[in-house]
Design a protein around this ligand. Structure first.
Ligand code: BJW
Length: 233
């Protein structure tokens, strides 16, 4: 194909798997260890806030023990060296893209290292725990929750995402199962707008048929290979 001028990349849990972060739907993944309804819905949080705060406190603390892998670093290199437009969207709440060197990352499902105040609605950087109900840094109310997007909630920056999907000429999906909307529908949006679509995954996702091309393999291998190809190196 002709060299792309505008690329939108969507990443999912698979890109961080080789760094040691559990995916959600793989065997032994997070949803086999916890019921989705209990830890990833507003209703679950209302029923048992301690369970949910502890689930996210543990995952936030676990970030200290993991490192970005070659796939994160390759996307950071793409951001530095690609002459066209690039939007990196991640469904991941970890900070491995940033620690791998990416400067501009759109976290559509929020971030572990951010707190959302249920009283004043401010989002604040957060590195500690929430189980002890610390005060909001802005309004002092003890009403912080993890700044992540649960089922039934609206993901962040959807307007900006749909605008980029309308105008990109290449959409690339990396390490996501295609089981969760609206992200699972991005491939159709991009295709409908005339973009070429590429999937990089360990195994075909639920929406694999919708992509023009699928390349299978671990992200630490297939992502750097694809970035080399785009940059012509
Ligand atoms: C590797 C690898 C390696 C492994 N190398 N690859 C019916 C139809 C359509 C929609 C709905 C419906 N009923 C309900 C809905 C809406 C609902 C939804 O999608 N439900 C589905 C269950 C059907 N969605 C929502 O509620 C969303 N909000 C919403 O829709 O608002 C309304 C709206 C309307 C219109 C426009 C916009 C919005 C919110 C969804 C929130 C999801 N939240 C979570 C938790 C976030 C916080 C946290 O981390 O705890 O987000 S759920 C979880 O799933 C997390 C992930 O970001 C998300 C996606 O998971 P991901 O990343 O794909 O991981 P896995 O585990 O599924 O897959 C891993 C992949 O990696 C696999 O493919 C492996 O092969 C691969 N892999 N190792 C490369 N080494």
């Amino acid at each position: 194909m002709a060299a792309p001028r505008s690329i939108v990349i969507l990443t999912g849990a698979g890109i961080s798997a080789e760094s040691g972060i559990d995916t959600f739907r793989s065997a032994g993944g997070l949803w086999e260890q916890h019921r989705v309804e209990d830890v990833a819905t507003p209703e679950g949080f209302a029923r048992n806030p301690d369970l949910v705060l502890n689930f996210y406190d543990m995952r936030r603390a676990a970030l200290a023990a993991v490192e970005p892998n070659p796939a994160h670093r390759a996307l950071a290199r793409l951001e530095r060296e690609f002459a066209g437009e690039l939007l990196l969207i991640t469904q991941n709440v970890d900070d491995l893209h940033e620690r791998g060197g990416s400067g501009q990352v759109l976290h559509m499902h929020g971030e572990l290292k951010s707190a959302l105040c249920q009283s004043c609605e401010t989002r604040s950087p957060w590195h500690g725990t929430m189980i002890e109900r610390p005060p909001c840094p802005v309004c002092r109310a003890p009403t912080l929750r993890p700044d992540v997007v649960w089922f039934g909630e609206m993901p962040y920056q959807m307007g900006r995402i749909y605008q980029a999907l309308e105008t990109c000429d290449l959409f690339v999906s990396i390490g996501t199962s295609g089981a969760v909307y609206p992200a699972a529908g991005f491939v159709q949006e991009a295709r409908a707008a005339g973009s070429r679509t590429l999937e990089l995954n360990l195994e075909p996702s639920e929406g694999s048929r919708m992509f023009h091309e699928t390349r299978l393999g671990p992200a630490s291998v297939v992502v750097p290979e694809w970035v080399d190809e785009v940059l012509g190196s």
